[in-house]
Ligand binder design. Structure first.
Ligand code: E4P
Length: 216
């Protein structure tokens, strides 16, 4: 399972990369705004930090032709840029055109199996079902992911399932169990997965036993 980091904060990317947790990066307009940095400058820096690994950068336009123009420009920023396109009819036109030009796409804001199926048919490289936001409105985000995976398998779609809007280690565990290709994870959630009270207790006990033995 590939781990992408869901952030536009280069310090978080550096830290996660150092720990071997970065197979790619996803950003969105909110994350770019949160970074307080220029879009082009920060995407180029992230691409340099993670050479050869996909870095999703999202278009802002909502009309197909403008999305394509924006996507073509984004793809020129670095060879590992993946153009993130929102799920909508114009978005699907843009995905088909960008795919024909050899540009990779990530269809975002996917909340149903049928949206995921349409994105795959348009030729999306990746599709991003948002589990956390679905859970927030009382639906079962992970059930949707599971069904998307099943549909893609039934028909041999090459589109990768990128589980997004991950809020907890539990989301990640479930995504891994249903066989998602990728999950994009906030750095805080990555950190939350490393610890366990029994690990902490075990380390303390080993050290204490060791120190006692040294004084004999
Ligand atoms: C995915 O690419 C999005 O950036 C992200 O996962 C959205 O997550 P959120 O629902 O926590 O904002």
């Amino acid at each position: 399972m590939k781990f992408f980091i869901d952030t536009a904060d280069v310090n978080e990317i550096k830290a996660a990369n150092e720990r071997g947790w970065v197979d790619g990066v996803t950003t969105n307009p909110s994350l770019i705004a949160k970074s307080g940095r220029n879009f082009e400058e920060v995407i180029k820096e992230i691409c340099k930090l993670t050479p050869g690994k996909p870095v999703s950068a999202e278009v802002i336009s909502l009309k197909a032709d403008e999305m394509v123009k924006e996507g073509v420009a984004l793809a020129k920023w670095a060879d590992n840029v993946v153009v993130k396109i929102p799920m909508c009819e114009d978005g699907m036109i843009a995905v088909k055109k960008l795919t024909a030009e050899g540009i990779k796409t990530n269809v975002t804001l996917v909340f149903s199996v049928m949206q995921a199926l349409l994105a795959a048919k348009a030729g999306a490289t990746m599709v991003s079902p948002f589990v956390g936001r679905l859970d927030d409105v009382g639906s079962d985000g992970m059930l949707m992911v599971n069904e998307v995976i099943q549909v893609y398998r039934n028909y041999d779609f090459a589109t990768e399932v990128l589980v997004a809007s991950v809020r907890s280690p539990m989301h990640l565990q479930q995504a891994a169990l249903v066989g998602a290709d990728i999950a994009t994870i906030p750095y805080k959630v990555m950190q939350g997965m490393t610890g366990h009270p029994l690990t902490t207790k075990g380390i303390e006990m080993f050290l204490s036993d060791w120190n006692k033995a040294q004084t004999k």
